[in-house]
Ligand binder design. Sequence first.
Ligand code: ATP
Ligand code: MG
Length: 269
Amino acid sequence: MNFTETLSIRKPASFRLEAVDPDSTPGAKGKEQARTRIEKNAAAIDELQYRLFAENQRSLLIVLQAIDAGGKDGAIRTLSGGMNPQGCTVTSFKKPSEVELDHDFLWRVHQAVPRRGEIGIWNRSHYEDVLVVRVHELVPKSVWSARYEQINRFEANLVAADVHILKFLLHISRDEQKERFQARLDDPEKHWKFSPADVEERKHWDAYMKAFEAAIRKCHTADAPWFVIPANKKWYRDLAITEIVRETMESWKMQYPKPSFDPKSIRIE
Ligand code: ATP
Ligand code: MG
């Protein structure tokens, strides 16, 4: 079984986050083998990205969500490391600006959708509007609860325009988050990664887990699937994501476009 199948969500409507062990490594054969495999995947994705660009028929949108210290940055580094920067854009969605708040919640993300031939990686996304916004009740329930359906319609629109969507939730345990925060406090070179607000957010752990679960239950679709990646082990996180991206792009069987001229008929003097 490949990683896409191994990690696919079979019954989204009754999905339980608790059922996914953040320490588990389904489909993997150990850390050493994973390292070699991640390198191979990176090289394969680089070649696939080249074809994607040449073909100019579709684009790939990769959405990354996680609790604080969940490993989004590390995953993005691994994923984008081998790619041609001209064909890949990483967009981070922070707290919305005043201008963004004066628009509908999809306005800012819509502009960051990768154009044909390109890959877009989103560090946080429109899902924040049903995650942090729900946890802190930044808008009334009647507003955020309507957003799941709005997200589904938005994503269906993109899929119809040949934007392929892969959504990853990096799932770490509460203990793992504590260890990662502590490591950031203990190491002066990591202090910049820490924010006292992270400790405040941690108090809402259960509410976040509920919100993640709801997002997956309501917004996992065949065309824009969620994958919950056990992410306590960084090597497994990187292995699983690069495998799924590679498998997805390989399944498209992309061909280089045929020339509109006969190369043999052209002579260069
Ligand atoms: P990250 O934590 O993603 O690595 P960072 O540490 O550089 O990024 P933060 O300011 O901690 O930057 O993260 C961005 C913050 O913006 C998060 O707290 C996130 O919940 C918040 N945010 C993102 N989108 C929204 C939104 N639509 N509404 C409210 N808050 C949002
Ligand atoms: Mg942060």
